[in-house]
Design a protein around this ligand. Structure first.
Ligand SMILES: Cc1cc2nc3c(=O)[nH]c(=O)nc-3n(C[C@H](O)[C@H](O)[C@H](O)COP(=O)(O)OP(=O)(O)OC[C@H]3O[C@@H](n4cnc5c(N)ncnc54)[C@H](O)[C@@H]3O)c2cc1C
Length: 412
């Protein structure tokens, strides 16, 4: 069966418009050096970072950052077809997406009031502000509902105290979004509120920690951070449901408009072109076995990504599908990283700063990305728990949380 996309003349004209614009407005030295690989960060120079902070709003103005979000919230008001073409062209030209965490829009779309959408969502969608996700705490990762940071009402304001860790993104955030305990006496899942915290802000302190991913991960400390009442999204005790909207998408519920696996493609190229004892690596039966297993698993991942993207856009009811995709992706990438090490040996570990590294060090980045990618937004084990619950084979059962009709993040 042919799973390739086919485009109309109008869509091809749209593709041409994007190509022409990018060619005219994005200098070669501002493009990302490597393809988008999992969660490993691009190492942007100060100049590149500034360039993209200024250019992303221009791309958003054209509707190319959040193509399928409604125009009234700064989105493109475009179709999934357009979004797929944008993803293809951005990836082809190595154009980075905006620097907000891709999952911050869904909770605002579903839970914010109209005034809050204009105040918080629109600047994010227009790429004027970069928003990061403020969930994990030192004692609350997989079991996020056991978080301890507090929000106490004081007149019309809320006063926040606590600590968050592993908060990641590129550069400096303008906003944080996350859950805090609003009622310490209420049962789990009914004791949280969900807040938007501007940054910088009095009482907020940030420390940076470098991770294997290359991201600056943030420790965020809140010491009596006073926020106006309209920074609470949803009801006083609806924070768990608001968080669930984010997690549903983060766990893979939206799939990907244009899934790609450039690590796989480069591995193919490697075995085709590298010679050992007078023969290409690809003619070695053991290498063939390994690379065919890698290819098959990569294809399954892309089909799951496309299935979820289609289901989401067609507004099909989703249940285990997101976590199934997430689980498969995290596991197969680790297996394929192993296979790449078996096939390429030391070449798979030569980094981006090593001139002899094949494919500019892409495989080394993949090695790190496959390990790092096992954790964020729900580990492999957590995805298994969710799939089991939703398939009805676990002690407890659960349904998917509410999601917006479109979450509008190209290609993620
Ligand atoms: C690169 C990266 C980026 C991140 N970005 C962000 C971000 O932007 N914002 C944010 O808020 N957080 C972020 N995180 C944090 C991430 O969400 C947590 O790492 C994740 O939820 C796991 O929590 P933990 O690290 O505390 O591990 P733990 O919860 O302590 O888990 C430790 C181990 O125990 C296993 N385990 C836990 N519970 C169970 C169970 N019930 N059954 C079976 N096994 C279990 C886990 O699978 C894991 O292997 C990021 C993490 C990374 C690595």
């Amino acid at each position: 069966m042919d799973f390739a996309y086919h485009y109309t003349k109008e869509q091809e004209a749209f593709r041409q418009e994007i190509r022409t614009w990018l060619k005219k407005n994005v200098p070669e030295e501002m493009k990302r050096p490597l393809p988008r690989i999992g969660l490993v960060a691009d190492d942007y120079s100060e100049e590149q970072y500034r360039f993209w902070r200024q250019t992303h709003p221009k791309l958003a103005e054209k509707g190319w950052i959040h193509p399928t979000l409604p125009k009234e919230y700064g989105g493109g008001g475009l179709t999934p077809g357009h979004e797929t073409i944008i993803s293809e062209e951005f990836d082809r030209a190595r154009i980075p997406r905006d620097f907000s965490n891709p999952y911050v829009c869904p909770p605002l779309l579903v839970w914010a009031t109209e005034e809050q959408k204009q105040k918080f969502l629109v600047p994010i969608v227009k790429a004027q502000k970069a928003a990061f996700q403020l969930f994990t705490e030192p004692n609350a990762g997989s079991d996020l509902a056991s978080l301890q940071s507090r929000a106490v009402r004081d007149g019309d304001d809320w006063v926040l105290t606590g600590q968050k860790i592993f908060i990641t993104g590129t550069g400096d955030p303008d906003l944080f979004l996350g859950p805090f305990i609003t009622d310490p006496d209420a049962p789990r899942h009914r004791n949280l509120g969900f807040f938007v915290i501007p940054c910088p802000w009095p009482g907020l302190e940030i420390r940076r920690q470098n991770l294997l991913s290359g991201y600056d991960s943030l420790f965020v400390f809140m010491d009596n951070v006073r926020l106006p009442g309209d920074h609470l999204i949803g009801g006083d005790h609806q924070g768990w449901q608001v968080t669930g909207t984010t997690l549903e998408i983060e766990h893979g519920g939206r799939g990907a408009a244009f899934p790609q696996d450039e690590a796989m493609e480069s591995l193919f190229e490697y075995v085709r072109t590298t010679r050992r004892f007078g023969e290409t690596l690809g003619s070695d039966p053991i290498v063939q076995q390994a690379i065919m297993a890698a290819y098959g698993e990569s294809q399954i991942d892309m089909l799951l990504a496309k299935r979820n993207y289609w289901m989401y856009q067609a507004r099909q009811e989703m249940s285990y599908h997101g976590s199934q995709f997430s689980l498969w992706g995290r596991e197969y990438r680790m297996r394929n990283a192993d296979r790449a090490r078996d096939i390429m040996g030391m070449d798979s570990l030569l980094g981006t700063d090593e001139p002899r590294a094949p494919f500019k060090g892409l495989q080394e980045v993949y090695q790190r990305a496959s390990l790092v990618g096992a954790h964020p937004g729900g580990t492999i084990e957590v995805q298994k728990v969710i799939v089991a619950r939703r398939l009805g084979i676990s002690r407890t059962r659960e349904r998917a949380a509410a999601t917006p009709s479109t979450s509008g993040v190209a290609g993620v």
